[in-house]
Write a protein that binds this ligand. Sequence first.
Ligand SMILES: Nc1nc2c(ncn2[C@@H]2O[C@H](COP(=O)(O)OP(=O)(O)OP(=O)(O)O)[C@@H](O)[C@H]2O)c(=O)[nH]1
Length: 212
Amino acid sequence: MSESYDFLFKFLVIGSAGSGKSCLLHQFIESKFKDDSSHTIGVEFGSKIVNVGGKSVKLQIWDTAGQERFRSVTRSYYRGAAGALLVYDITNRETFNALANWLSDARTLASPNIIILLVGNKRDLDGDREVTFLEASRFAQENELMFLETSAKTGENVEEAFLKCSKTILAKIETGELDPERIGSGIQYGDTTTRRLHRENNRRQPDCICRM
Ligand SMILES: Nc1nc2c(ncn2[C@@H]2O[C@H](COP(=O)(O)OP(=O)(O)OP(=O)(O)O)[C@@H](O)[C@H]2O)c(=O)[nH]1
């Protein structure tokens, strides 16, 4: 049976090795904690259809290796991503300190307009916390990122992270800030009906402005 959806968004999951990227993806797709997770070699892929504000959206998710030795491979997957989860481990300050580098890679190699949600993972290990919620919120605010703390182990906020990012992308499509027709937008229409409706909407909008 062929799957039907309104939009397809290309997503990246980036951040330092061991922050829990693969576990987040696994929890999101399988609703299970992958407790035997080993380092990702290069890039892995997953996809899931979600409902966002009444639209069905297929998320095509690229889980990248955090280890430095794979950096040149993973960077080649950044291009044309619409959204990204930028992950650090709340129990490991080094992974937080590395965020600026990951962020600059994402904005340079994917798109300056890429929608990024900062994820402080391993929230279940609060007793071992090295990065406070407040500090990370400030970083997010300064860098115009959305922010959530998650646990890939318990599942807390995992779906929310992907949905929040998707909702923002969809809202920007609806306001015309993001154009799915632009090559490299990281967005595709799922079927011709949606495409036709959006084209008609876009055609109607200038009319409204003229009449005001
Ligand atoms: N307690 C706890 N452990 C987690 C959580 N998420 C991941 N882990 C553990 O952290 C380790 C690293 O998780 P991975 O998902 O493989 O990390 P990664 O970011 O994909 O690592 P690379 O592929 O090397 O970039 C594993 O031992 C996981 O079991 C979490 O939310 N809570």
